[in-house]
Design a protein around this ligand. Sequence first.
Ligand code: SF4
Ligand code: SF4
Length: 278
Amino acid sequence: MIISIASGKGGTGKTTIATNLALSLGKVQVIDCDVEEPNANIFFNAEIKEREDVTVEIPEIDKEKCDYCGKCSEFCAYNALAVVPSDVLVFPELCHSCGGCEIVCPQNAINWKRKPVGKIEHGITNGVDFYHGLLNVGEIQAVPVIKALKKKIDKEGNVIIDAPPGTSCPVIESINGSDYCILVTEPTPFGLHNLKLAIAVVRHLYIPFGVIINRDGVGDKKVEMYCQTEKIPILMKIPHSEEIANLYSIGIPFVKKLPEWHEKFTELFRRIQEGVRT
Ligand code: SF4
Ligand code: SF4
């Protein structure tokens, strides 16, 4: 079963939920897809044993064949090509490797070269089979690294995906194909606003979902009221607690020190499993 953990914005406690749920389950695979800022391994401390480069294909113009007709740049929706009188400029960071420029080129003047955009790393700790991705500095496209990470998913086992924050392409790539999505939010007007955006995404992808309210007690009841009105299950509330915050600040998942939460996360997983089956 694949459970993704997402939220409309960063800093809501998404990684806290992913790590504590994983450690409560024992044998599980965790994929940290927040490739611009992967931080789950601060809590797992998995020793990285394997690394793989992630590369994408970028066009390379054969200037012997090119007649500078401009068809490739007209086609490219991402403005990754610019044709000037005696050159074709390629902007690799804008290219989405769609291959369209090659198809439209009448001179067969487009070849391909591979460009590294990031890497994925793997380690095992406390029964957790851990992967994360790292986008190279200066790269703007997280999706190829996330796609490479998702190829590592063991479909036979239980998998937790820690999605990037927000609601853009990297989030959709991360959570697409999940059996269930946990949306993490805070009980504030801003939290509610971002939760609504995240709900629109998971509904669009037809992924069953529920909500965890983190730092319960800091704000108001509008998130709860909204979930009740929309018949969205509130899976868990994690109180605004100094003890939990202190443990987080020193990189200790709170299930390690507060065993009652271990049981709560195990029970949460059981409920999600049952819900998905029905
Ligand atoms: S479409 Fe082909 S021939 Fe025309 S400018 Fe682009 S690379 Fe050159
Ligand atoms: S592969 Fe696609 S995105 Fe990249 S330059 Fe060609 S048309 Fe543009």
